[in-house]
Design a binder for this molecule. Sequence first.
Ligand code: KIV
Ligand code: ZN
Length: 502
Amino acid sequence: MRKEKIIIFDTTLRDGEQAPGATMNLEEKLLIAKHLEKMGVDVIEAGFPAASEGDFLAVAEIAKNIKNSAICALARAKKNDIEKAAAAIKLSPKPKIHTFIATSPIHMEFKLKMDKNQILSAITDSVGLARNFCLDVDWSPEDATRSEIDFLFKAIETAIKAGANTINIADTVGYMMPQEYYDLIAKIKNNVSNIDKAVISTHCHNDLGLAVANSLAAIKAGARQVECTINGIGERAGNAALEEIVMALKTRQDFYNIDSNIDTKMISRISKLVSNVTGFPIQYNKAIVGANAFAHESGIHQDGMLKNRNTYEIMTPAAIGLDKSLLVFGKHSGRAAFFDHLKNIGYELSEEMLEQTFKQFKDLADRKKDITDDDIIALVDDSLTNKKSHYQLISLNVNCSTNSKAAIEIKIQIDSQEVTANFISKDGPVDAIFNAIKKLIPHKASLELYQLHGVTEGTDALATATVRLKANNQIFSANASNTDILVASALAYINCLDKLNY
Ligand code: KIV
Ligand code: ZN
């Protein structure tokens, strides 16, 4: 039987970015968009242009640079939103507008204060306007899964009549059970008179931990587009995780008989990139991309694996790009081999970035015996996401012991000027470092998160520090990796202030 194709609609840069703390800047969004394109994502929802000037510019830049994936912009059912969305995506060879309005009684009565007739005419007007700008229009009934079913049918029919070619059944609050969502999709197929003119899409939130299960149930019932995000990031508990859906379809082709255009070998790489950019660590036991996803601990399992991998492994690590060439490089590795290896693990860097990363790699090789792909990825992501630095750490001296307060001296270059500060803290060296930096770069932001994690095992491992700051209701995150956790912490704080101030 011929395999059908699923349309992978990635909303990491829109719904994913709505996760508290996941704000990304334009360069980071573009970097992720380029990886999504390379991975074969069919549609990239790049943002919500009416939300802010920054969102508009990011969507426009992505639309200008991405050629193979469709670029989608989100818009409420409002003239200004739709015009802004259309303007932002106008340079994309494959532009798409995603417009939505809620159809559930609770949203209509309390949030929108609109009755059914008003909703239906807003659908006709908004979808019609979006169609005037581009042929590809995705329409979502927000909170579809808590809507009255007959009204939902009518709303979908109206949207298709007005020109929508994708109907995205949003489980906005993650309320559905898989069987229920399957039945809903099946009912839509059987009851909406013009549904054959549109693709049915899923958009599932993970409030009850069912986003992926619901998306897969919908696919089984006939949905042919799935909206999802890398690592499942998104509002509240997040969205359906792209990597889980894609690998479920691939591993269980016998059950779904559906293909995607995704190059699954890029999954691990892009998952780490999104985690590094947002500062959201990946749960150790997360399906597909967690550090333990392919680790076998118990003796019985290890024994089985040695005899035949299929005893305990339903997918290979290589399928998601984890080839496990653990030892890769050391201090004697040459430039050409290093550049070649970067290419193999999915990086195409400018000359300047290659040189910068090679220098960092050599510095690391002086301190650490074996360098793994994870180390290299942490270094490169660090350089890529902290490119335009106005602040440079020049030196850090730390003095601390069990019997005295921590005393530090830090020297920073601010643009071209070098400045120094000292601080003594009873709460340890990190507190002293952050306070000294604050003396040099005064600000009113609050520290929302400071965390450290080891990139690999061992006491000489690179550590990644993440700092999240909140100012004027906006959240900024930054990372830095170093074998010295105090240096990593200072750098992450400085990088975050750089983002906050520029
Ligand atoms: O969750 C939701 O309802 C959304 C809509 C914009 C589709 O993200
Ligand atoms: Zn959503």
